[in-house]
Design a protein around this ligand. Structure first.
Ligand code: OOB
Length: 536
């Protein structure tokens, strides 16, 4: 966590206010009592009901044995129960661990084991997958199901099970509120510890930058547990502003556009491939009325300027670029920025006390306009991953700057342009894949001697993943289909399963003998450039 002098400064400057998430919800429930806070299908939940549901569920979870400081892995799609569960845990001072709906046995098993989770909250069937089957990998954790419990604990039963008046005192704002997932570049996903104080600062400041107010209507298009729709300004920003949150079960325009029209949505957040899909869909004749939209935010991966320029003419609203990370730092283009900035930059930091360093390979600062590694430190950027002392020594500088792994150029006014990445990660349309994590799974295949996963440029997703394999002598190389089913059988989330497989005799190596991912990427480019007949 932050050294004393920094914590004192962040409090003194009013960033950290001592408010907890439960304080915030309690206050909003008083102020906005009967205003609708959350819309999920036909369900409309007011601010007062939200708080009541959260308190009752907190009592139920307490009765079940969940205690302050306990970890609870939460894997819910975009449903109203997400807010009940998360705010119940906030009230208890138990820590939600935010999993994504796409995660499968490999990820969920690891999160439960690594965090020693006491409970796992999930749904019944979502997107054709029975999440209750994950109970097999959750160890000691009690499995709680929103929906048909199938022999597990029904979330619905917990609302009437405890005694709200006997809840223990809540947490303090300087304590941890939750663990968020890192996109990561390492073999095992890292967990990001965020406090009430630091996260709520970013939420308040984001709500202001994005001009949210009680009349705003925020559509949750991306998975709600991701940092972008959660807090940039996202659903928590909406709560802060007393705005309305509308949950879309799918980002598909066929589902989301009618919700925009019906609920008068004013703002939403998209990743670049979705922005493309929305732009295409909005140009069709029979499109629902999207005129309520004021701002469409795009972030999570680099947005091409040519696509950025289409947002206003096609969707009839402003574009805001968002370059953020679950570790902390978030950059926004501002709503009153000139078009040029909005189209060509990824914005500037939230806070005057977000310290930015752009450095060369030796950690020496480079001049503005020069590409370098982005390092950052500030009032809502973590100083270390949760229980990862060894990794923290490389992921942070000695003086506490987080090494983002992003290559950026700084312009005047502190605006940043993302120019690439130095971390071994694939950004598949905003979904992050740690190369090493997938490689470790590939190495378990009996025919695989060595594996390297790299990014391949893709016109739609930005990047896709390609697994290069060196096979064991005398073994038949596996086909793409065999590799994919091997990884799925190991319970790896679908988005991490390689899109392409290339079998090679040996990997190119760097000067010190490490696998050269750069050369592998170049080999793919050569392959793509070669005439079709030459491809294998
Ligand atoms: C968001 O958070 P994460 O933790 O899933 O991923 C962070 C990484 C960044 O380090 C960068 O590599 C990439 O995603 N990224 C972008 C970007 N926004 C994120 N790369 C280029 N252009 C952008 N606009 O992705 C996230 C968290 C909060 C708000 C928005 C995005």
């Amino acid at each position: 966590m932050w050294p004393q002098e920094f914590a004192a400064r962040y409090r003194e400057r009013g960033y950290w206010t001592g408010q907890t998430f439960d304080d915030l919800l309690a206050e909003r429930a008083r102020t906005f009592a009967d205003r609708v806070a959350v819309v999920d299908g036909d369900r409309r939940i007011t601010y007062r009901q939200w708080r009541e549901r959260a308190l009752r569920l907190a009592a139920g979870l307490y009765d079940l044995g969940v205690r302050p400081g306990d970890r609870v892995v939460v894997q819910l799609p975009n449903v109203a129960e997400f807010f009940d569960v998360v705010f119940a845990l906030f009230r208890l001072g138990a820590l939600p661990v935010f999993a994504l709906p796409a995660h499968r046995a490999a990820e969920i098993g690891y999160f439960c084991a690594h965090t020693e989770a006491v409970a796992f909250v999930t749904t019944d069937v979502h997107g054709g997958f029975d999440h209750r089957s994950l109970a097999a990998v959750t160890g000691r954790a009690t499995v709680i199901v929103a929906g048909e419990p199938g022999g597990h604990t029904a979330l619905a039963d917990l609302y009437d099970r405890g005694d709200v008046d006997r809840l223990p005192a809540g947490p303090r704002a300087g304590e941890l509120a939750f663990l968020q997932l890192s996109g990561g570049s390492t073999g095992l996903p890292k967990l990001i510890p965020r406090t009430h104080d630091d996260y709520l600062y970013s939420v308040r400041a984001s709500a202001e930058i994005c001009a949210l107010n009680a009349g705003s209507v925020y559509l949750v298009t991306l998975p709600v547990a991701h940092n972008f729709p959660m807090s940039s300004p996202g659903v928590l920003g909406a709560l802060h502003a007393g705005a309305r949150i509308v949950l879309s079960p799918s980002p598909d325009p066929a589902v989301a556009f009618p919700l925009v029209a019906r609920e008068g949505v004013t703002i939403t957040a998209l990743v670049p491939p979705l922005a493309l899909v929305w732009l295409e869909a909005a140009q069709r004749a029979e499109t629902p009325d999207l005129s309520s939209l004021q701002v469409v935010q795009v972030g999570g991966a680099k947005l091409a300027p040519a696509v950025a320029q289409r947002v206003r003419p096609v969707l009839g609203c402003r574009l805001q670029q968002v370059f953020g990370m679950a570790e902390g730092l978030v950059n926004y283009t501002r709503l009153d920025d000139a078009d040029d900035r909005v189209w060509h930059t990824q914005g500037r930091p939230i806070c005057p006390d977000d310290e930015i360093r752009v450095v060369d390979d030796d950690d020496v600062e480079v001049p503005d306009q020069t590409v370098g590694h982005l390092l950052t430190r500030g009032p809502y950027t973590i100083r270390g991953y949760w229980r990862a002392a060894e990794h923290n020594r490389v992921a942070f500088t000695a003086d506490g700057f987080y090494r983002t792994g992003d290559l950026v150029r700084r312009l005047d006014g502190g605006y940043l342009v993302v120019e690439g990445r130095a971390k071994d990660q694939i950004n598949r349309g905003g979904e992050k894949i740690a190369a090493e994590e997938v490689e470790n799974h590939l190495l378990t295949h009996p025919a695989v001697h060595d594996a390297a996963v790299v990014a391949v440029p893709d016109p739609y997703l930005g990047e896709r993943s390609c697994a290069f394999l060196v096979c064991r002598a005398g073994q038949q190389p596996p086909t793409l289909g065999q590799v994919r089913s091997h990884l799925r059988d190991r319970g790896l989330a679908g988005y991490k399963v390689p899109d392409l497989v290339r079998v090679v005799d040996a990997f190119p190596v760097t000067g010190v003998g490490k696998t050269s991912r750069r050369d592998l990427r170049a080999a793919l480019r050569d392959l793509a450039a070669a005439p079709a007949a030459d491809r294998r």
